[in-house]
Design a protein around this ligand. Structure first.
Ligand SMILES: [Zn+2]
Length: 214
């Protein structure tokens, strides 16, 4: 067994933080290949860590410690940092992803790549539209995007508008008792990952469905 500390330089997105023993933090970070759970001891000069932040950091592994330590955190600035609404929307998306990845340690690079892509595009886009399009990419990546117009509840074909349940599961309006979306609009979203046919009211409705959970 090694008896010296190992340090690694890494980059990732903060998925969540839990305060322990007054001032220490347990931090979960999404990197391109893994979701890390790290311990940060309190220090007055430490930078503030918030959910959604993109950070450079050092992981310190000590043969004497059971949990890896988080050190030398540097926040990589976003170009949308001073747009409160975009920051809130991005943070909501990261929190949903954190919950979705709560039992994961090894991970496909898709997830880190998706957050990176969003953080680079969101300044120039309407944030909820970008996040809805990104969510559809995630569903497709996980094999959970249902493009066939069949109701997940009654398993009958959907002829009219398509209502969406949690995880964008297609259904009849009457089966989930909610208003549907026009097929052509959903087809463009599901096939081309584009929200441009939806009006702002529909975008709010899609965003609410995403917020039920990934
Ligand atoms: Zn049905």
């Amino acid at each position: 067994m090694l008896n010296f500390d190992i340090i690694s330089f890494m980059r990732g997105f903060v998925l969540n933080t839990v305060r322990v023993r007054d001032e220490d933090l347990i931090v979960r970070i999404l990197t391109p290949r893994e979701v890390l759970t790290l311990y940060r001891f309190y220090g007055a000069r430490h930078s503030y860590i918030n959910v959604g932040y993109h950070i450079d950091f050092i992981v310190e592994e000590s043969p004497k410690a059971t949990i890896k330590r988080l050190r030398n955190v540097t926040q990589l600035p976003f170009d949308f940092m001073f747009d409160l609404q975009k920051m809130l929307d991005f943070k909501s998306f990261v929190m949903l992803m954190a919950n979705h990845l709560r039992d994961v340690s090894r991970i496909d690079g898709f997830y880190y790549g998706l957050l990176k892509e969003i953080s680079e595009k969101i300044a120039k886009r309407e944030s909820k539209r970008l996040l809805i399009e990104s969510y559809v990419k995630l569903l497709e990546k996980e094999g959970r995007l249902h493009k066939e117009n069949v109701c997940f509840l009654c398993e009958e074909k959907i002829k009219d508008k398509i209502a969406l349940a949690r995880a964008f599961l297609p259904s009849h309006e009457k089966c989930v008792m909610s208003e549907g979306f026009e097929k052509e609009k959903l087809n463009l979203l599901f096939n081309e990952k584009k929200t441009l046919l939806f009006d702002d009211f529909e975008i709010e409705r899609l965003w609410k469905i995403i917020n039920l959970g990934f």
